[in-house]
Write a new protein. Structure first.
Length: 215
């Protein structure tokens, strides 16, 4: 901006001198008028330059915001894609494997309370029996542990809660001697209810963990 002003100032003087050169003489009044007119034009140019600089700055901010929005959308798409891939891989394993046992921790004795991720004490007997069967089986097995919730709360919260419930069951089974590498957890959150979520009884049934053992 300063450089521009210097250049324009020189131009003003040059214009005035040009007038002197062409006429041979000039009054102070005419000279002053020419300088003032030139200064007015310079101020107009400076205002235009400042306005362009402001527009460039606004455009840069808008571009940065759009880039951030696109990046956020892309990251969300990757997250959703990874989740879908995980579910597809699990479904593929289920399709290949032979079901040996299945335990659902959701009945009146072992259901998960609202917001609870820990394994209910009432579930210990069912999980102990399952772990005994797995350890006694003479072939390699694959254990799938699904976490499910009711529809209270956001989808993100319920996905996380379902994951925590499934991992709590995996930790318990690992403490009973089932290798961690033989178990996989997956959360479906609120997306696969077994009954309506419109009643407390229905929601309590949907708060569950399903354990499947496949050969």
């Amino acid at each position: 901006m300063r450089k521009t002003r210097r250049i324009l100032g020189v131009a003003a003087v040059a214009t005035a001198l040009a007038v002197v050169g062409s006429t041979g003489c000039i009054t102070k009044k005419v000279f002053r008028k020419n300088v003032e007119e030139t200064n007015t034009r310079i101020q107009g140019v400076e205002s235009g330059v400042e306005e362009n600089e402001r527009r460039i700055g606004d455009l840069g901010k808008e571009t940065d915001q759009k880039i951030a929005s696109v990046r956020q959308t892309a990251e969300k798409a990757v997250e959703v894609g990874n989740s879908a891939l995980q579910k597809a891989q699990t479904a593929e394993k289920l399709a290949r494997g032979k079901m040996l046992w299945e335990v659902t921790l959701s009945d009146d004795r072992v259901r998960f309370s609202f917001g609870q991720a820990e394994v209910p004490p009432e579930a210990a007997a069912a999980l102990d029996d399952l772990s005994n069967k797995v350890r006694a089986y003479d072939k390699a097995v694959y254990v799938e542990i699904e976490g499910h919730t009711d529809n209270i709360g956001s989808e993100e919260y319920n996905l996380q809660l379902g994951q925590e419930r499934a991992e709590a069951v995996r930790s318990y089974l690992a403490s009973k001697g089932i290798p961690l590498h033989a178990m996989e957890v997956i959360s479906y959150g609120e997306t696969k209810p077994v009954t309506e979520n419109s009643t407390p009884a229905g929601r309590s049934q949907n708060r569950r963990v399903v354990v499947r053992v496949l050969e």
